[in-house]
Write a protein that binds this ligand. Sequence first.
Ligand code: NAI
Ligand code: MG
Length: 793
Amino acid sequence: MAHIKDILKSMEYGPAPEANEHVTAWLDAHKGAFGHFIDGKFTDPSANKSFKVTNPADGKTLAHVARGTAADIDHAVTAAARAFKSWSKLSGHERARHLYAIARHIQKRDRFLAVLETMDNGKPIRETRDIDIPLVARHFYHHAGWAELLESEFPGHGPVGVCGQIIPWNFPLLMLAWKIAPALAAGNTVVLKPAEQTPLTALAFAEICREAGLPAGVVNIVTGEGDTGAALVAHEGVAKIAFTGSTDVGRVIRSATAGSGKKLSLELGGKSPFIVFDDADLDGAVEGLVDAIWFNQGEVCCAGSRLLVQEGIAEKLYAKVRARMETLRVGSPLDKSTDIGAVVSAEQLDRITALVETGRKEGAQVFQSSNAVPGTGTFFAPTLMTGVEPSSTVAVVEIFGPVLVAMTFRTPDEAVALANNTRYGLAASIWSENINRSLDVAARIKAGVVWINATNLFDAAAGFGGYRESGFGREGGREGLYEYLVEETGKAKTKAVAKAALLAAPSQAAAVATDGVDRTTKLYVGGKQARPDSGYSYAVTNPSGKQVGLAGLGNRKDIRNAVEAAAKAESWGAATAHNRAQILYYIAENLSARAEEFEARLRMMTGASKRDAADEVAAAIRRTFFYAGFADKHDGAVHSTKSRHVTLAMNEPFGIMGILCPEDAPLLGFVSLVMPALAAGNRVVAVPSSSHPLAATDFYQIVDTSDVPAGVLSIVTGNAPELAKTLADHDEVSALWNFNGVVEAALVDKASTGNLKPVWNGGARDWYAATGQGREFLRRATQIKNIWVPYGE
Ligand code: NAI
Ligand code: MG
């Protein structure tokens, strides 16, 4: 007879399969074939070409699913547009009731959904049952609440319209919930395309929508592959695209939507650091690693895939990790005691296998657990690679499998540098018993989510999303809801000057060489007046065509110099908000003191009446005071997530922002954009109105006398579209606002695809009214980092 002691040591136990008859019965009832769900009905599955959906754990076919064409997308968008008319008019309370009903139905069918998800995706039943499906229900409940509160909590905002949503295969139903729940809560309707590998739970969800009495057309599901997704992205009736998936496809979508005015949120890849300091609880960290990289076969965008460990404890930690890896069971996903299931597809398995081989060739030591891996199906053993260089392929590329790469560091500074040495910025996990150090490192890491002594925690109340090439926009929480809302903007008070400005937009051809007596206003770069690199200036004329001055004709070199100066002024973001407020007050005071000069400048340049010019200057002064007042009040939040955690939603500046100011309201427009960006802690490279730049160039005198550190604000005049392009494609510029009116949205959208910077094409608005100032500007000048801090032992 076996002794308990031996059993505990070997931890052997027999198979514990979860029943799946209800799922096979459901597939049979559908005769293994599914059409799209459009306008509350399933289309005839035989009407379309279809593709096969398989269970990756055994390779067996589960169903055939329709391959969506552009015509299918068009039907779905049309249905969604029709439904939008009534759905968006329902009260928040009525929409909330629909979302509650969906949440309840999900809970009623939780076991069914968990089994179906496991069969379709290959992930362990333990995870679908305990994590995916409960979180799905939680998302609908949470957003039912937001629907209820929408009118009071988001005044001045309305739904966007029809939302196209494209999701990946790693958390099929959970990603659906992350997308559909906020969209519906905010009053939008949706067309969702699930991943080709895992469409089944989305189709089951469609049935739930019907059962729960959701009006037809509010949710439409069109299945298909990449081309179906591309057709959705391209459809003119779609007002917003939300995408989760690879960074490559994210870029394609970014460029396909450029200039279309479609709202866009991208949740892309990652190569997230998992940092272990020498004072960490090592056993806790090892369990953390299991959840970080061996959860969901490592097919997690925020997986802790780069282990950074402090040198002194590295070997000790690796030994513990290897021992723990030996206890991970790889096997049938439907078995309740399986830790690691099947990788989603043969294609993904090949990718993982090839990357591990590359790692080996590049000199890494590869350790894999000796446990058996099933002979059929797409399984991959948990893997640890040590001796990896920061520049190795496996340290740089997202592997998206159960593969951990490890590197060492000596000091916290080195840990931060290594952590940030990636083009991504989705998540990070920090392990240390020293709270001061943990929070310090959390603040310095460029990532949208940071877990302290924890990892892979998710909740509907917390925002989730990336910095840098991990995408932009947040999902979850208050911050996520904004992605599905548009703000109402007033009509521009001043006449649209776009056309006139276009004619006047300076070019090299119209440039005049600066003569000996220099009447040209200069650029302002790095805290100093600077001559334009071109050596040319251009004539600034008043409405009757009379030349009223010369402005420097800036070029790409001037923009680059300004960005370089901004890069050196990093301390601005770290200054206290109180300090920034003081400086903005100083600016406001100095502007007041010179109000008359600015009035005269405006009158001469724009032909404004005395009264209008005085109004504009007065409004600019008030606006500066407004943001000075707000600088230390744009608070973050503590989200109500899981118990025994504080989840801090911190407003962080982007870093360096490019701002293209409007052609109209040459002083007020400039101040209305530059001040909130500075207040939020950004450094700014501003391009003022091309046609009327002189009020902004005069502004350097104010900046010079207001203790603004060098490089924090640079002002480059010239041809706005030309300068815009350089700003947009500059990798060190992290966000761009285009309010210029002459600069095409398509130009800046396209040029900024490289580093995937968020772009706000703000359009014309009334700068004098409430739409010209407020939280919206501060919100757009910040990105939210959610830091999860546990408490208790
Ligand atoms: P993918 O980005 O190609 O697929 C994600 C979704 O986008 C699917 O629904 C797909 O049909 C759709 N899609 C593909 N091409 C499209 C296009 N041109 N226009 C519109 N939609 C399009 O990702 P894939 O090929 O499945 O996986 C490749 C790699 O991407 C993975 O190895 C992993 O590194 C990464 N990935 C990251 C995910 C994340 O959660 N951030 C999720 C899935 C993959
Ligand atoms: Mg693909």
